[in-house]
Design a protein around this ligand. Sequence first.
Ligand code: GRF
Length: 220
Amino acid sequence: MPVVARAKKLEPIPKLPSLAVFCSGQGSNLQAIINAIRAKKLLARIVFVLSDQPQAKALKRARRFGIEARTINPKEFSDRAAFEEALIELLDARRVDFVCLAGFMRILSPVFVRHYPNRILNIHPALLPAFPGAHAVRDALSWGAKITGVTVHFVDEHIDHGPIILQEAVEILPKDNEERLFARIHRVEHKLYPEAIRLVLGGRVKIKGRSVAAGRLSAA
Ligand code: GRF
């Protein structure tokens, strides 16, 4: 009797959430996200890295891992609206689910933010709402603060303002200068950002007004 192979019904493979990461500089947080994905601690894929700076080391880091990385120079567009329209086109064409800002030194307009409601995350090197802005580490030091830290938050229409997903404190030591303090902050960032992304992608966060309820996941 001939053996008839019965066709097996394959289960659909669930699509991994797609991330775009926007960077302007070193990209050490991008690297932390890449590492977490490679270690399977973060179930996602980075489909696109964007920089406004052609020299950004982040671009090299991305390409080393086969990730599409592009510089888009805002100066080549007539205005911010045109620049952001181009960004949205690129992201939508790649079906990006979440945008992670990791040292991206540009302000995104409400139009862009509204296009991805609760789908843009940012990391900031201070405990918001303390020390917003581009010099958070320097500002905390010169204020004489004893504690600063790291915040990962959703991006809303205001700068360094959206609902907070995770925060972690970093002590400011008497002998600290900006470089030393930044190095310790970075170490915390590299752990906290992948963890916050994991919470969001895992559907573990609920946003109610300013408040985000997030259960920490156990280590994968
Ligand atoms: C980080 O400190 C982040 O908090 C801030 O910009 C810095 C980016 O560093 N938004 P890197 O490019 O990820 O090394």
